[in-house]
Design a protein around this ligand. Structure first.
Ligand code: ATP
Ligand code: MG
Length: 575
């Protein structure tokens, strides 16, 4: 846990204390009353049926965070792999990688729910022996009918009062694979007319002739989530079992199983899950987007998976800061995507080196600059971080600037380059546009400028001013790159809002990815490696793509420079 403690200290040093939410208050109270002998043991229990997303990050920061804030606390990483059908080993690997990348460490506490299958079975036998569980032969349809509805009580199953011996015998044969899928289940004998549907004799085991990624063909019955989850927590000695709000109604069942078994009984606490505008969060939907190729895999930079965000250029620090700022509460709400972007901007502003890159190049010839000459200008790597130092940027007769930084016939408020106008080239000289060259079709192919040698470094000795500074690269030195610009994956704040008969995919934004080739970048980026992060001056923050190579350099735009969150806050629309 040393890493956590250091992290905690660091957070304290920057004054960024985790806010004291209701769960932390709860834990503090338990510590005060010594309810768990002063122990705090939490867990993060993903089901390995997909990649982790930013919602999971909230849960990870909460569980690992609380453990780290309490002396001797710990957080387990537990794969809740009770459903053999959906689970794949590659998901297990990606989850481990993502949690570690986020900066958390489970130490030796890595567990698999499937390791407890034997113990769970023994517990089931114990419940049967105590008259608390029975094998039921109703078909799934009959069972649904017998369970009743929210407004009508259920009906007892005709198999409810089977003898203990018969139940034990049938469960044993279910386990051995003697019966077809769906023909029998083991149910808890609780209360078929309970107002809480979860308590109406819920299913504990179902027959499933499916091999499991860890236990192979050993089991032909698999436990349900509700039956398994509390047992997993109990077996591991968890003190606080933190889960999302939809499990609030399951808590009586969680408690019932553990009470009846008279075993270690953690406290379940529910909090509101994270929802974000302009995106979907459920693994089921993300899987659909991946399988139907609406996006390019689980690490597509447009989806809110941790691996997608990493590839897009998000840092672990920015995700943790986001989780700190949204806090934890009991009410479902949707967080503005702009807040997430604000957090990454804040982080990258402090940490990323600035470079110049031209995404849509326009050739500029400096007529009065000597043909063979080149100069290396001093450029500041990061004005926010003096330790980042400076670098040299080559200047020569032929340059590229952004097409958008030139207008032949500019409107009133356009202050960048135009015929007859003087602007500053960042870190270099003042230049004045003298001429525009066009092709047969009237498209501008290059412009000609003159430069003022006395303005080297960016200031005129006579004190004359220019209204704008634009970025550029030297054509002879620039490297070619592909740049991928991302926009929201969905057109709507709430992708679930659809016309009748449509689903969330009808709101996909066809413009969510724009690929620009032939971009020109500073030569200092020659050796850039995947996941390096930069600010391209005036354009935004960019990250070298996972598939970028020396031969083909590829960048992803993480986020633009325009901070809509800060603006909204300034206008006082958000407290
Ligand atoms: P999904 O609904 O996306 O499929 P899940 O809840 O089925 O997610 P699990 O693998 O079971 O995914 O989740 C592991 C842990 O992460 C659980 O404790 C769950 O409560 C938590 N979690 C999942 N989604 C969110 C979310 N959006 N916000 C906060 N916590 C979440
Ligand atoms: Mg789940």
């Amino acid at each position: 846990m040393e890493q956590h403690n250091n992290e905690q200290k660091r957070d304290n040093e920057t004054g960024k204390q985790p806010s004291v939410d209701f769960i932390r208050t709860f834990v503090a109270e338990d510590n005060r009353t010594k309810k768990w002998d002063g122990k705090v043991i939490t867990r993060f229990p993903p089901e390995p049926n997909g990649f982790l997303h930013i919602g999971h990050a909230k849960s990870i920061c909460l569980n690992f965070g609380i453990a780290a804030e309490n002396d001797g606390g710990r957080c387990h990483l537990r794969f809740d792999d009770t459903n053999p059908v959906m689970e794949e080993a590659r998901y297990v690997e990606s989850i481990r990688e993502d949690v570690r990348w986020m900066g958390w460490d489970w130490g030796k506490h890595l567990y698999y729910a499937s390791d407890y299958f034997d113990q769970m079975y023994d517990y089931a036998v114990q419940l049967i022996k105590n008259g608390h569980a029975y094998v039921c032969d109703l078909t799934p349809e009959q069972m649904r009918e017998y369970r009743g509805t929210l407004t009508s009580p259920g009906k007892e199953s005709p198999y409810r009062y089977r003898s203990i011996e018969e139940n034990l015998d049938l469960l044993d044969r279910m386990k051995a694979g003697e019966f077809e899928d769906g023909t029998r289940v083991l149910r808890a004998k609780i209360d078929i007319s309970s107002a809480n549907m979860n308590m109406r004799d819920p299913v504990m085991y179902r027959i499933l002739h499916a091999d499991h990624h860890r236990t192979g063909g050993k089991w032909r019955i698999y436990p349900t989530y509700d039956w398994a989850h509390g047992l997993e927590d109990s077996i591991e000695g968890i003190t606080h079992s933190i889960c999302t709000l939809e499990f609030e109604n399951h808590r009586p069942l969680y408690d019932w199983y553990l009470d009846k078994l008279e075993v270690h009984h953690p406290q379940q606490i529910e909090f509101a899950r994270l929802e974000l505008t302009y995106t979907v969060m459920s693994k089921r939907k993300l899987l659909q987007l991946v399988e139907e190729k609406h996006v390019n895999g689980w690490d597509d930079p447009r989806i809110p998976t941790i691996s997608g965000m990493r590839r897009r250029g998000y840092s672990p620090e920015s995700i943790r800061e986001f989780c700190r700022r949204i806090g934890v509460n009991k009410f479902n709400s949707t967080i503005d995507f702009a807040l997430l972007e604000h957090c990454i901007r804040e982080d990258l502003n402090k940490t990323s080196n600035r470079v110049m890159a031209v995404l849509k190049p326009l050739k500029v010839v400096i007529d009065n600059y000597p043909e063979e000459e080149e100069e290396w200008m001093d450029a500041v790597n990061n004005p926010e971080d003096p330790e980042a130092g400076t670098r040299k940027v080559p200047f020569s007769k032929v340059l590229y600037i952004e097409q958008d930084d030139f207008m032949e016939d500019p409107p009133k408020k356009f202050f960048r380059l135009a015929p007859g106008r003087e602007v500053r080239l960042r870190y270099a000289y003042f230049v004045t546009c003298k001429d525009v060259v066009k092709d047969d079709k009237g498209h501008i192919v290059e412009i000609h400028c003159s430069y003022d040698p006395a303005t080297r470094g960016g200031n005129a000795p006579d004190g004359r001013k220019v209204k704008s500074t634009i970025h550029w690269v030297s054509a002879a030195h620039a490297l070619n790159a592909e740049v991928r610009l991302y926009d929201h994956l969905f057109n709507r704040e709430n992708p679930e809002e659809t016309a009748d008969g449509e689903d969330f995919k009808s709101n996909l934004n066809p413009q969510s990815l724009k690929t620009l080739s032939g971009c020109m970048i500073e030569p200092c980026l020659k050796n850039t490696r995947p996941l390096d992060r930069f600010q391209f001056e005036r354009l935004g923050y960019f990250c070298t793509d996972a598939e970028s190579t020396k031969e083909k350099i590829v960048f992803n735009r993480t986020v633009t420079l325009r901070d809509t969150w800060a603006k909204i806050q300034k206008r006082g629309q958000i407290k």
